[in-house]
Design a protein around this ligand. Sequence first.
Ligand SMILES: O=C(O)C(=O)C[C@]1(C(=O)O)C=C[C@@H](O)C=C1
Length: 371
Amino acid sequence: MNASTSLQTVAKTKILNGGPLPTVIAGPCSAESEDQMLQTARALKNDHRVSIFRAGIWKPRTRPGLFEGVGTIGLEWLKTVKQETGLLTAVEVANTQHVEEALKHGVDILWVGARTTVNPFSVQEVADALQGVDIPVLVKNPVNPDLQLWLGALERLNRAGITDLGLIHRGFSTPNNKPYRNHPKWQTIQEIRNLALGIPLICDPSHIAGRRDLLETVSQQALHLGADGLMIETHINPDVALSDASQQVTPAGLDKLLTVLDLESERLAQPEQLQDLRNLIDRLDNELLNVLFLRSDVSKRIGEYKRLNSLDIYQANRWQQIVEDRLKIASDTGLDEDFVKAIFDTIHSFSLGIQNEVFAAQAAATSEKQP
Ligand SMILES: O=C(O)C(=O)C[C@]1(C(=O)O)C=C[C@@H](O)C=C1
């Protein structure tokens, strides 16, 4: 059975704005004070493209001692924001108490954070607290790139009766996220879309980028891939924000960003120029593959030499020397060193595999000859 068939969702969702334009959710990473919330919301209300105001009330932080959110008082401020601006409001919930408090304060939309989605016990607790409640719930991807876990969270909420569901793509923690804070792994958008058919997908460029200067590229890519909306952290004075200062924009910055993104029309490169560049990439990839083939052939011959001369396959000193040399070339050329290291780690483990096969083939041939 296709996993998507078990999700019962409604066609008309409150999460999307109902029009042809992407939904924009904006607001501070964290609620900090009533003044900060109201000033931010008043400025956002003037932007007709923004329909939902977000604010973190309880903040899951990696290390203790960091600002962990203002708690319930923030929900009072959010209520005032809603009354004054008419914007829909959204908060993150991670346990029963959060759900109960948010519902009591009339929050319109809930979201489950990436660190909660990774834990089925926590998602189930949120789902149980929402049993029988009619409210839209957005689910952020789990921190690790496990789409089944993401889908599982949607299913748990759906079984509790939540039909107005949405996905938030906020990037994944991978061994090398550079230049992002969380790697977008763009192909996952298509993959999760196929698994959760018909469920709207919002991109959270703030958590993917981790820095203001990358927001445009990330948002544009997401929109080109068909994202239904964007969640962009917006603060009246980002430089003094108590959390995630470097990724938040001012309402004026958001206005500029949304205008550049040109939400009405897709902005694509000139087709002929793009085709020339793609031809170049094809030729370069071809060369790359030829070189990789030649290298793996040499590795096989070294494997035979090692077998005949009873040498170990893994040669720590030689490998260390190779890494140092290649990283020096990378830094001289201006290539990202983490990128080059990741490539050579993969090449090396493949090379070890080739030589292991050489040894294994010889061992098998010898044992066949045994009487
Ligand atoms: O230099 C060797 O001994 C090799 O087999 C080559 C190679 C490599 O692929 O670069 C492979 C295994 C060793 O650990 C070190 C380097």
